[in-house]
Design a binder for this molecule. Structure first.
Ligand SMILES: [Zn+2]
Length: 132
């Protein structure tokens, strides 16, 4: 089986089938569901057309199980975080942008950083702490 994704707060698993499920709030504070590909570096998302999100909106990304915000403001005001476990149970931290349409993901495993996405140069939060 593939990778699994977990809430940093309640540790609930967030992926079902071929999607990771997030509750999100848009700029108008309307809440809805967003389905995100579990493939790191694949930025296809699914949402209902009636739930309007503009490209560039700063979303609140919320765990659908415990309703806590996945925001990781210590690192950057635009980034959220989930835990990823691979097939062998090895954990990574996955940081991704809360800006709708921005393509960047940072995977940190044992202080080793991997960057994904066309916009991954937008954030430079890791300094010299990580090897990459
Ligand atoms: Zn949770």
């Amino acid at each position: 089986m593939g990778k699994a994704y977990y809430c940093t707060h309640c540790k609930a698993q967030l992926n079902v089938g071929n999607d990771i499920i997030f509750t999100v709030k848009n700029n108008k504070k309307n809440a809805g569901l967003l389905l995100v590909s579990p493939q790191v570096g694949d930025y296809s998302v699914k949402k209902d057309t009636l739930f309007e999100i503009e490209k560039g909106e700063h979303l609140e990304i919320i765990c659908p199980v415990c309703h806590q915000n996945l925001h990781e403001g210590k690192v950057h005001e635009n980034l959220a975080k989930v835990i990823m476990k691979d097939e062998s149970g090895h954990e990574s931290e996955l940081y991704f942008s809360e800006i709708f349409g921005e393509r960047c993901t940072y995977k940190i495993t044992d202080k080793k950083l991997e960057k994904y996405g066309d916009d991954s140069m937008n954030y430079n939060f890791w300094g010299s702490e990580f090897d990459y």
